[in-house]
Design a protein around this ligand. Sequence first.
Ligand SMILES: Cc1ncc(COP(=O)(O)O)c(C=O)c1O
Length: 409
Amino acid sequence: MDIKKIRRDFPALWKKWNGKYPVYFDNACMTLKPTLVIDAMNEYYTEYPVCGGRSIHKMAKKVDEKVTESREKFRTFLGASCPEEIIFTKNTTEGLNLVSNAMDLKKDDVVLTTDREHNSNLVPWQVQAYKRGIKHIIVHSNPDNTFDLDSFSGLFDRNKVRLVSMVHTANLDGYTIPAKEIIKIAHDHGALVMLDGAQSAPHKHVDVKALDVDFFALSVHKMAGPTGMGVLYGKHHLLEELAPYIVGGDTVSDTTYEGAKFLPPPEKFEAGLQNYGGIIGSGAAVDYINSVGMSNIEKHEKRLNTIITRGIKDFPGLKIIGPAEPSLRGGIISFTVELPKGGDAHDIALILDETENIEVRSGAFCVHSWFNYRKCEAAVRASLYLYNTEEEAHKFIDVLEKTIGLFSP
Ligand SMILES: Cc1ncc(COP(=O)(O)O)c(C=O)c1O
């Protein structure tokens, strides 16, 4: 990987703040955008900024052509069987909500999640428990936050599990669950599986067919793409079975005063005029990632994670969340701090930013449930991507050490 060249592709890395370049380590929240993506969107907004799917004039046809191209790019990116299995959404949250609302879940149907879900794969099930009386059961992790396959498989003997909906790679600590084994066990017991791929799809090769996963949701803004864009993959026959969710224009082929004739997937789920600039930019994001190579990205992040983990693991008062082994945590290093002279996760994040423009996340990362269960308030998270460098990793270690020193005797 030619990091220097890659960095030239991301204009946000060239802008100085208070005279210094940013060290952007908040990629699990949102990644920066390369010029390829910005240019693709600019082309839409300057040359053919019109609707797709409806009108038959030249500009509209161009939009349709570009949307079809983007859908095909995601089909290949995820290894789906056909483009109709790719639904454009605005983010992972929308994809997860779509399935939780559109699946014919009934009272006492069981949905399993992990104990480390982002609120976007937790609250939808709590709402379904309230609305439809489903049972939401949490599979607790091993003490080091790895997946407890035995306790997971044991749950099928005692419960009517309809769906397993789990975070593939956790934004909490970067750990990836053994999805293939989980899916096999679930399918053997007649349950479907949905993966929250918000943190896996941008960082590792995902092949939905090889995994045999039923639904897979991702956010394109976490993979070098435009903000407000996501994708939901679903096996075609399952998408056909899902009820429509958000309905209206473009979801139907015909209506009368009495009823409507729904279109097949994906149109059935893409209601109203779409974020065409975003869809086109999303296709460009796939091109960009492919040009770098997913396995290169994964290796690069693990290398940087190893440097950072080795550098900070013995800092007094600091505790890394998740497995000790950095290669099991992809590009994420989260840690809690308990310092003799006070100073919490937010103080650390603020000082890193104010002194050296090191931009990390602090708080509960939308995984409040995990923190509340452990009576812990907040942590710091550094999350890496393809443009981060070894130099930045060393800088982070040095500045973090100095920052922690401010709160130590
Ligand atoms: C694991 C995980 N799931 C779901 C989400 C929700 O993503 P979005 O806000 O793009 O819908 C995030 C966002 O940080 C995430 O990290």
